[in-house]
Ligand binder design. Sequence first.
Ligand code: HEM
Length: 412
Amino acid sequence: MSARRKAPGPTILVNRLLLFALLAVVGVATALVLVFYRAGRVPQPSTVPLFGEHQAGVATTQQSFAFVAAFDVTTKSVAELRALLQEWTAVSARMAAGRPAAEPSSSPLSPPADTGETSGYAPARLTMTFGAGPSLFDDRFGLSRLRPSALVDIPPFAGDRLVREFSDGDLGVQICADDVQVAFHALRELIRVARGTAVLRWSQAGFRPTEAANTKEQTARNLQGFKDGTVNIDTKNTSDMNRVVWAQQSDGAGWMAGGTYLVVRRIRMRIEVWDRSSLQDQEATIGRNKESGAPLGGAKELDALNLTKEASGVPIIPEDAHVRLAHGNGTEQIFRRPYAFANGMDTRTGELDSGLLYLVFQRDPRKQFIPIQERLAASDALNEYIAHVGSAIFAIFPGAKAGGYVGETLLH
Ligand code: HEM
């Protein structure tokens, strides 16, 4: 006897239809996300968490705006220094999550707990990355034994035009966001929190093209018009990051494991002189094609540098070209995360005070930034068009665990 199948009732039919519709919607949405993801058009999430193995703001895909600032610690108490870093961590974690720097105060008679210029705004991938300068390890806080040997004083280089007011500092912070007001607000709150313990020593704003302009997602161009960042460390490559950027336990200062060293150079560009030089001169100076970014003698931006000579004996990329000297024999690598800067006019000369806020992260500046900069300072053709006016180095603390604070491995 064959079992007779009963036709599904109307409720079951509606349920099945709903299920099919739901599956179809999920399927189409997944396909769309995949298509946009492949095209690189999925928007970056607006929040970058503060806590983690490494501090945010190094491996983070570079945001469009930055403020880099240095502080002089005014207290002599290590407990107050510790309290400052704890407070900075708490305030930064809140701001990175898109919350006000502090809970609103209930009294209208006291100043607002947050300065308010980002109230209701998204955090725009705000990151705050903290570090200690060499001077923090003098005799004030009993930290001198803990100074990492890699945290050297940056030596003077030929041609330096350093201005003391733009240089050095006990503590440093790199603040980055995809919105300039969000980044500025973070700087302002950090200065406010530091009141009585540390004062601002210098600060420099930086910018790079936003997605609104860079729709083709080219390598960002610097203010000389060249693509800058073609040859760089891929932050998603963990083994390269460990080899080139993150300090390791075996490097000596155990408290720095998972941290990194940031060299900041404020490099003024003599834009007016550059703009009067021929395209041919500009390309020979850098060693690359201005429009495409391809190395001289190459066809595409990502082609390897051709460091050989033509049959006539003339090098394809000139001996004094920036990329040839920066590349050296390829053994010294650095992670560059630079921003352009524009500080209005130099009132003495009537020229623009602008250039490159050069931010270099590395595992050991003695083996990375310093030997490269020694070569560049000695013979880079670019020196005719630039001057290093500010310099600082910071041991960027390892990341903080949730519940802990940035700098804890040093100050616990
Ligand atoms: C205003 C100053 C500077 C300008 C305008 C500048 C510009 C450039 C440009 C256009 C490139 C080629 C594109 C690329 O590969 O990213 C480049 C490459 C590079 N630059 Fe600079 N740069 C400056 C300063 C420095 C400094 C101070 C250093 C390090 C001490 C440095 C290190 C490098 C390195 C390592 C490369 C990649 C070289 C390679 O091909 O292996 N640059 N720079």
